[in-house]
Design a binder for this molecule. Sequence first.
Ligand code: V47
Ligand code: SF4
Length: 397
Amino acid sequence: MSTTSIERLLRDQRLSADLRAIAEKVAFGRRITPEEGLTLYQKAEPAYLAVLANYLREQRHGDSTYFNRNFHLEPTNVCLYTCAFCSYSRKYKKREEGWEYSMDELMEMIRKYDDQPVTEVHIVGGVMPQYDFEFYTELFRRIRKHRPGLHIKALTPVEYHYIFKKAKLSYEEGMAAMKEAGLDSMPGGGAEIFDDEIRDQIAGGKCSAEEWLSIHRIWHGLGMRSNATMLYGHIEQFHHRIDHLERLRQLQDETGGFQTFIPLKFRNQNNEMSHLPEVSVVEDLRNYAISRIYLDNFDHIKAYWPMIGRETARISLGFGVDDIDGTIDDTTKIYSMAGAEEQNPAMSTRELVELIRSAGREAVERDSLYNIIKDYRGHVFEDEEDFNGYTSLPVVH
Ligand code: V47
Ligand code: SF4
């Protein structure tokens, strides 16, 4: 289907010369430049972008659409930083309104999933002094000992930068120690927008773009994998998005350690940027497609469905997206804090598979490193199989 579509697009006489040149590059597997990326943001219609992004998506993955079963552990929602877009954290001054779980409480939460077929715990939270190097290495060790098969995807350069500075460790020493303690991979948060000027205005004094990239580089150098995100649709302009994608593409050329890129649409409820309007769904779809086209060295593009809603997630599968995160069940209070589409995000495996099928795709359950656990092609559900993965919505770095 997509080969025909791209051939038809290339024959379309109405295409402008610059968009035709980009389409030809994509069709012949060549990389587009930052200027061409900007042209896509400025000029390209959704239908044109869908053809190109879908072509690339199907070349890599055919109809396969990946999901996993994970749950989230959030040690605290109190934070020393003051990111203007953050709807999740209680500022340090209002500490009493938040939660700060102890090691024992966190282990108790881990044990709640003992009889569930989850494969990953995603640990993320605010930055606070007591959650330091000792705390997290101990937590990772305990989880590893308790459930050796559970993949630990934890923290971001925002926390690592803070923790290592406090422990007087270099990034190299710190990340090696985290690996030794049981860290398996790093999620993509904290990237926001790399441009210094925009970052200074929204990111509350947390780690710089260079520091974020440097920690991922070092982690990849240890043979490990991570994800990357981009928070878009606030005060940034298109050229800031291209700058962000370009820096990720360059690091990926160097290390090959990124697995997935996750564009995150800015949601405007309950934060200091609530006066800004949100971008349209069409802009979300264009952004997914341009990410797929620009990041020619990333294997996966993920739509985080609790934030954009099921319908947009379904349509995004025709705009370059091949991963829609996991089965979700609401276990904490934070899911709707930023105005997420889903006021009660819960999707069982069956619902998720059916949503993927309704977009004409096939659902594939994966582990955290994209090894296939189960291909649902042709699978008929029995009632007792309808398992809910358990997770919640992290809207912190
Ligand atoms: O870095 C915070 C974003 C990110 C808002 O790696 C917001 O698999 C929109 O990184 N509107 C954290 N976005 C979440 C994250 C993530 C999520 C799911 C999977 C993975 C993965 C990573 O959430 C933050 C920030 O960019 N965020 N506030 C908001 N108001
Ligand atoms: Fe803190 Fe992260 Fe929220 Fe920023 S996004 S205020 S670092 S919890």
